[in-house]
Design a protein around this ligand. Structure first.
Ligand code: NI
Length: 137
């Protein structure tokens, strides 16, 4: 991979704050921190512009209600083309957590995630999104 070096002018107060931040985040140097920031912006753009992305959805729920499990199952089967895998963990007597990996257009992933999170009995759910990695090299 060809590397390009470039200079950036910044107010001293800003770079001092940035240096403190990246030190606290264990970055070895500014270059690595800036590369990550650039990729983060590109990934945000990929997600916003409805490109193919990867989603990681977690759902925390109480399993006792049969309708809840049936509904979770039905919605996932309706969108089997988007779902790569799911892992179910019985946390304790009452609670389960499910981690679902998705791949597809950003909008479709958000729609199915919102449907699952909104089911009555789901205590907490959140979708995390990232790139397939192809467009951020
Ligand atoms: Ni369970």
């Amino acid at each position: 991979m060809k590397l390009v070096r470039f200079g950036v002018s910044l107010p001293k107060s800003l770079i001092d704050k940035f240096d403190r931040l990246i030190k606290s985040q264990n970055y070895p140097n500014r270059s690595e921190a800036i590369r990550d920031l650039i990729r983060k912006s590109l990934i945000e753009e990929e997600v916003q512009s409805n490109q193919e992305i990867v989603g990681i959805l977690h759902l925390l729920y109480v399993h006792h209600k049969r309708e809840l499990s049936d509904k979770l199952n039905r919605i996932q089967h309706d969108h089997h083309d988007l779902i790569i895998s799911s892992t179910h963990v019985h946390l304790n007597h009452d609670n389960c957590v499910e981690v679902i990996l998705l791949r597809g257009k950003g909008e479709n992933i958000k729609n199915v995630s919102n449907k699952l999170i909104a089911i009555k009995g789901v205590i907490n759910g959140k979708l995390y999104t990232t790139s397939t990695g192809e467009k951020i090299k």
